[in-house]
Design a binder for this molecule. Structure first.
Ligand SMILES: Nc1nc2c(ncn2[C@@H]2O[C@H](COP(=O)(O)OP(=O)(O)OP(=O)(O)O)[C@@H](O)[C@H]2O)c(=O)[nH]1
Ligand SMILES: [Mg+2]
Length: 242
């Protein structure tokens, strides 16, 4: 009887410490899970731009290193691109005017960033459409608040009459400047707050990409060449920063 051990009693303070420790661990795990979910939800890189600019071929060269015969896309292509041990979800969005808004709306909330692909040969003749589409993307509240970077990719540089990145930038800035004046006039009758949110950049100065809250980079590419070569290094370098 004498050697029967008395039950060990834990003081009330010890239980409190255990409860606190468990609580802290649970909260940390929940926060970590939420952080991971948010991070993975924002891994999308949207390839967008007008029809025929080369998005699907760029997608194929980037993800599969392959030249393919493409047709006007009627649905998106999604694939994983690994860079710096991290996975990005590349989404090739159809450029057809009846489809592009629908798909853009569908994917914009997962966009970490947007690559706006344009055909550098036909830019001048399509300038109004290109600028309108680009304007709508830049002014979109989900994009302007959720994406800190954007790339304008001047594709089809294999062609002799393709405009280079510097020329493209200045053509786009001029057109976006005019478009902003038009849009601003159209919005004259609406609430000044709504107007400010719908007009791109500082309307009292000439349009300049550098004045936007989103950092806009410009690069050149060609996803096809008659000699079989491909150059999407500008895009790859830009993606490597994520
Ligand atoms: N010369 C040349 N042709 C290209 C290049 N990139 C794409 N193309 C060609 O341009 C055409 C359109 O390419 P796609 O990749 O289908 O264009 P897209 O932007 O996906 O077009 P949509 O799906 O209609 O939005 C195809 O015939 C491609 O082979 C390029 O860099 N140089
Ligand atoms: Mg396509």
């Amino acid at each position: 009887m004498a050697d029967k051990k008395a039950p060990v009693k834990l003081a009330g303070a010890d239980f409190t410490q255990i409860y606190i420790a468990v609580f802290v661990i649970v909260v940390t795990l929940i926060l970590f899970a939420l952080y991971k979910r948010r991070k993975s939800a924002k891994r999308g890189i949207l390839l967008t731009g007008l029809c025929d600019s080369g998005k699907t071929l760029i997608y194929s060269q980037l993800l599969h290193n392959k030249n393919v015969q493409t047709h006007t896309s009627i649905k998106e292509n999604i694939g994983t691109y690994i860079v710096n041990n991290d996975a990005l979800n590349i989404v090739d969005i159809p450029g057809h005017e009846r489809l592009r808004n629908k798909f853009f709306e569908q994917y914009k909330s997962m966009a970490k960033s947007v690559v706006f692909v344009l055909d550098s040969v036909t830019l001048q003749q399509n300038i109004r459409d290109v600028a309108e589409f680009l304007y709508d993307i830049l002014v979109d509240p989900v994009i302007s608040s959720g994406c800190s970077d954007m790339l304008i990719l001047c594709n089809k540089q294999d062609q002799p009459f393709a405009k280079g990145a510097t020329a493209v930038k200045s053509i786009l800035e001029k057109e976006l400047n005019m478009l902003r004046i038009t849009k601003s006039k159209q919005l004259d009758s609406v609430d000044p707050k709504v107007k400010r949110a719908s007009v791109l950049g500082n309307a009292s100065e000439d349009f300049d990409f550098a004045a936007l809250p989103v950092k806009v980079d410009i690069a050149e590419s060609y996803a096809w060449h008659k000699d079989g070569s491909v150059d999407i290094e500008g895009l790859k370098k830009w993606l490597a920063r994520f």
